[in-house]
Design a protein around this ligand. Structure first.
Ligand SMILES: Cc1cc2nc3c(=O)[nH]c(=O)nc-3n(C[C@H](O)[C@H](O)[C@H](O)COP(=O)(O)O)c2cc1C
Length: 337
């Protein structure tokens, strides 16, 4: 950020074009449900406002816009890191203005403060993090690594829990998969967000078909018609070979969803700095009876929001599409480019 007025007439505290690009591109790299990237940025003097796009909706998968808010939380984690690598202390406020609920967060770029090694490493992880929809190698994630990932959550009201015993989880996954596979409207919505012909869909949102092989659970990531659903005993074996983190929140309001996404992205990025691969699953949690059964069976004190699978991989996961930075930054920045 510029501290003083320049010959070009920029006011004190105004973001330069290069800084704006860094903020926009870093936000765009965040994971989002069905790769919707439901974000806009408004840059004001000395601060960045992260807004949720109201023109993006997944009425069948996400009628309460829970996953969209979680996706805004992941973008917030990235935005905060971008402000840090630009050398400012970042002060984030979630839902800063009740009169404007579309403003997810305000990140104040406060006084100059060089980023720490850990922040730089996590920032680097943003550029290489990808959803790994596939089996991991058998090499386990160590308890120390898991502890480091869990410690990265540090978000009020969010807990990253290791679900004890995978038997019930496997049973719930199997049930959710069968429900979703038979839900025609759900499958149509997923198909709409699955991009088979990129030339016909140049907007840069949605999931590449090639990134969603029919596959088997839990590796397929998203249940489609062709997804193979193994019985729960086999599914349990597979889940046991992975490190699973369940993100649960004390309450189930929009602020909780945003915070869950923020914690999720921080943990995922920390995992990437440790050389781990990861993938998020919320699809089974959006089946109402699975959500409530999970709370009961695992005696959760709060609400399950997302699952993060972690493991090791020798395979590079496919890259995903992204919207253009001008779409996130808006007209004002488009004109300045
Ligand atoms: C809230 C949320 C929910 C998600 N749910 C799933 C899911 O159930 N299954 C899945 O395979 N991927 C899921 N994803 C991952 C997105 O599809 C992925 O982030 C997006 O396609 C971009 O790809 P990338 O992560 O490789 O950058 C989810 C991501 C978020 C943030």
């Amino acid at each position: 950020m510029e501290k003083t007025a320049t010959a070009a007439g920029r006011r004190s505290g105004e973001w330069t074009l290069a800084e704006a690009e860094v903020l926009g591109r870093t936000v765009l790299r965040a994971p989002s449900v069905h790769n919707t990237q439901p974000w806009r940025l408004e840059l004001t003097d000395g601060a960045a406002l992260l807004l949720e796009r109201t023109d993006v909706a997944l009425p069948r998968h996400d009628p309460r816009r829970r996953d969209l808010a979680i996706s805004c939380g992941t973008a917030l984690a990235n935005l905060e890191l971008a402000v840090r690598v630009l050398g400012r202390r970042a002060e984030a406020t979630v839902l800063p203005d009740p009169a404007h609920p579309e403003v997810v967060a305000r990140v104040e770029a406060a006084e100059p403060l060089p980023p720490t090694d850990q922040e730089l490493q996590r920032y680097g992880a943003i550029m290489v993090r990808r959803s790994h929809r596939g089996a991991f190698t058998g090499l386990p994630v160590s308890p120390e690594e898991t502890a480091r990932v869990v410690a990265a959550a540090v978000t009020t009201g969010v807990e990253a829990i290791r679900p004890s015993g995978t038997e019930r989880l496997a049973k719930f996954f199997e049930h959710a998969a069968r429900v979703l596979q038979d839900d025609g409207a759900y499958q149509r919505e997923l198909a709409l967000w699955t991009i088979r012909d990129e030339a016909a869909h140049p907007h840069g949102a949605g999931i590449r078909f090639s990134a969603l092989p029919p596959g088997e659970l839990p590796w397929a990531g998203l249940v489609r018609r062709a997804t193979v659903i193994p019985d729960s005993a086999l599914l349990r074996e597979r889940l046991e070979a992975e490190t699973l983190l369940l993100f649960a929140t004390a309450d189930d309001a929009r602020a909780d969803h945003i915070r869950a996404g923020y914690a999720l992205e921080r943990c995922w990025l920390e995992g990437v700095t440790l050389g781990l691969a990861g993938a998020v699953l919320t699809q089974p949690l959006r089946v109402a009876e699975v959500r409530s059964a999970l709370c009961e069976d695992y005696r959760l004190a709060g609400f399950p929001q997302a699952l993060l699978r972690l493991g090791r991989s020798t395979r590079v996961a496919p890259s995903s599409l992204r919207r253009g930075v001008a779409e996130v930054l808006g007209e004002k920045w488009r004109e300045r480019r």
